[in-house]
Design a protein around this ligand. Structure first.
Ligand SMILES: O=C(O)C1=C[C@@H](OP(=O)(O)O)[C@@H](O)[C@H](O)C1
Ligand SMILES: C=C(OP(=O)(O)O)C(=O)O
Length: 423
């Protein structure tokens, strides 16, 4: 697996038909870990994702003094008194680099943060600036980027802060998740272009409320988190619906039928929009008995989609769009330039290298489908670029995926799950 020539993407002879079960949601897992670490007692988490991003989150919390133990697939988190010094490796995980500094601010001591080389390119200035306004001392050598150190004094004043979260919803989520533990809570206002990824904001608010925290989000672009305890909660993590996307896309691009088990009846995950999005591409979708089935219909329809709420689905949806029967447009995703890589540039470059005609716009992508040929698809340390390559590889001979191991960020089993579904 993963030679210098890349991982040969499976190219099935016919339709892909099958069932798949995907592991726990990255976004819910890392929120559950943070909230359990800040809670008023131990919490047991079932179905927690085991992947690089969650391993980094667990290691970060343990280094701050939180107890985490695992038995029979259950993870028990026992809050401890948060202390430095500690070094936190963020890898390339937005949820670690954004969500942990507001927790580190509650520790007593200096907590230093660094990560993968590209992590230093991902914007942090908004969250670091907001934390300073809330009374936290941070040294980032004046860069607004990694590496940085948070000097905690064991408590954070909190209170009012205005920030521009148009670059990432994670700036807001980060402050909401820790905010109840600040002396004054937080009263957060967004001022700027729209905040992307509304489902992820709803996820943060819902998970806080489930743990007894009072959050007022009734006014647009304002979130008030009351100070108070975060209740410990034993919980079951939903499957990662964004990681289900490539498997469902396999049905769309091969005229097959794929069922994902354990589909929640209601969810705050952006993947909850997949049934609607995939039907826009012409697929038939059936959500019944806790399973989602997607069937290809012999036609991949061109689309014009605003993906601002569901940006992380864009790479896989782009792999469908390059195979569609006409030009497609993705809008509202300028912030993807701040993800694991500049995803707009990466998708444009890699699909065009296969013969497509994809162009970046100010806030999205335009696709003019062309016959594609094989080649080595670069992934830029981005799990979802690898997923996109695997999807297009179902329909085009000779696609190889560079560094398939990058899928370990959120789904280490991807190569095996993919091969067993599509081969
Ligand atoms: O809060 C979260 O768990 C996430 C929020 C989103 O970030 P952006 O708002 O930066 O896109 C999403 O893309 C990311 O994969 C996970
Ligand atoms: C943007 C993503 O990740 P992160 O949590 O690192 O921001 C993603 O998983 O698509």
């Amino acid at each position: 697996m993963g030679t210098s020539e890349g991982w040969p993407a499976p190219r099935p002879a016919g339709a892909v038909n099958g069932r798949v079960t995907v592991p726990g949601s990255k976004s819910i897992s890392n929120r559950a870990l943070i909230l359990a670490a800040l809670a008023d007692g131990p919490s047991t988490l079932s179905g927690l994702l085991a992947a690089r991003d969650t391993a980094l989150m667990k290691a970060a919390l343990v280094s701050l003094g939180v107890g985490i133990s695992e038995r029979d697939g259950l993870v028990t988190v026992t809050p401890g008194s948060l202390k430095g010094p500690a070094d936190v490796d963020c890898g390339l995980a937005g949820t670690v680099m954004r969500f942990v500094p507001p927790v580190a601010a509650l520790a007593d001591g200096v907590i230093s943060f660094d990560g993968d080389p590209y992590a230093r390119e991902r914007p942090m200035n908004v969250i670091l600036g907001a934390l300073r306004t809330l009374g936290v001392e941070i040294d980032d050598h004046g860069t607004g980027r990694m590496p940085y150190a948070v000097s905690g004094s064991g408590a954070v004043r909190g209170g009012e802060v205005t920030l521009d979260a148009s670059g990432s919803s994670q700036f807001v989520s980060a402050l909401l998740l820790a905010g109840a533990r600040y002396d004054l809570g937080v009263d957060l206002r967004h001022d700027g272009k729209p905040v992307p990824s509304q489902p992820h904001l709803d996820m943060s608010v819902a998970m806080l409320r489930e743990r007894g925290v009072a959050v007022d989000d009734s006014e647009p672009n304002r979130w008030i988190v009351a100070p108070g305890p975060i209740r410990a909660l034993d919980t079951v993590i939903e499957p990662d619906l964004s990681n289900a996307a490539p498997f469902l896309a396999a049905a769309v691009v091969t005229d097959g039928s794929v069922t994902v088990t354990g589909w929640p009846t209601s969810t705050t995950q952006p993947g909850g929009q997949l049934p609607e999005l995939l039907s826009r591409f012409g697929a038939e979708v059936l959500l019944a008995n806790g399973e989602l089935t997607v069937r290809g219909t012999g036609r991949i329809a061109a689309v014009d989609l605003d993906l601002s709420e569901v940006g992380e689905l864009s790479p896989v949806l782009a792999a469908i769009a390059v195979l569609a029967d006409g030009p497609s447009y993705f809008r509202g995703i300028a912030h993807l330039r701040n993800h694991e890589t500049d995803r707009l540039a990466a998708l444009e470059t890699e699909f065009n290298a296969l013969g497509s005609d994809v162009t970046q716009t100010a806030d999205g992508l335009e696709f003019r489908p062309k016959p594609l040929h094989g080649g080595l698809f670069g992934t830029y340390h981005d799990h979802r670029m690898a997923h996109a390559a695997a999807v297009v590889g179902l329909a085009v001979d000779g696609i190889a995926i560079e560094n398939i191991a990058t899928t370990a960020k959120t789904l280490p089993e991807f190569p095996e799950l993919w091969s067993s579904l599509v081969s």
